[in-house]
Design a protein around this ligand. Sequence first.
Ligand SMILES: *Cc1c(COP(=O)(O)O)cnc(C)c1O
Length: 217
Amino acid sequence: MSLVEIRNRVASALAAAGRAPGSVTLLAVSKLQPDAKVLQALQAGQHSFGENYVQETAAKWPAFREQFPEAQVHMIGPLQTNKAKQAVDLFDAIHTLDRASLAEKLAKLAQARGQSPALFVQVNTGEEPQKAGILPAGLETFLKDCRGMDLKPQGLMCIPPDGVDPRPHFQMLADMAARHGLTGLSMGMSSDFEVAIAMGATHVRVGSAIFGARPQA
Ligand SMILES: *Cc1c(COP(=O)(O)O)cnc(C)c1O
C-alpha cells in the first residue's frame, strides 16, 4: 500500500501551490477493496475514506467505525433516492448531490433528524449525457432551490471526462464555487490529484494509487 507515498505527494503539491499543510483532505477511496487493506490504512492513521456503494458501506463500515471512532466516510458514488435514508445514517458527507429529487429527499431527512451530512453538489462540467451532475448553466437555480429547502451544500464536486486535460474542468469548478461562496472543492483522483490541489481542491479522492487496482465488482 502506498498511503505514505500519496500523503507525501499531497504535502508536496500543497507546498508547491503555496497552500497551508493540511488544507486538503485526502479521501482514501476504498470501494471494492479487501477489508484487510482498509484496516491497514486505518491502522496507519488514515481517517477519511470514500465509498461508492450504500450496500457495501453498510456491510463494512459499522464494525470499522466501532474500532476507529474518528473515521469519516464520504459517499462519492451515485445515490439512489430510495437509499438516501440509509445513506444519511452511514455517511459523514455526500459528494453526489446531483438532482432535485435527491435534494428534496435529503432536505426532508435533514429536517426530521435535525442534521445533515456535509453536502457537495456534483457538477457535470463536461456536459456528458451519460454522466450524473447538474449542468453548469443550471447550478445557480439548483443552489437557490437547495437553500429554499434549508439545504446548505458546502461545496462542488466534479469528475472530468476521460482522456482530456482536467485543468479546464477543475478551473470551471473552482470559479463556480467562488462565485457562489462555496468553500469545498471535491476534485482530483489517482491520475490528477496534484493538478487538482494546485487548482484549489479541498478534497481529493484517491483510490487505486493508494490501494492498488480494484477487484471488479
Ligand atoms: C472510484 C472513484 C474515485 C477513485 O478513483 P481512482 O482512479 O482509483 O483514484 C474517485 N472519485 C470517484 C467519484 C470514484 O468513483
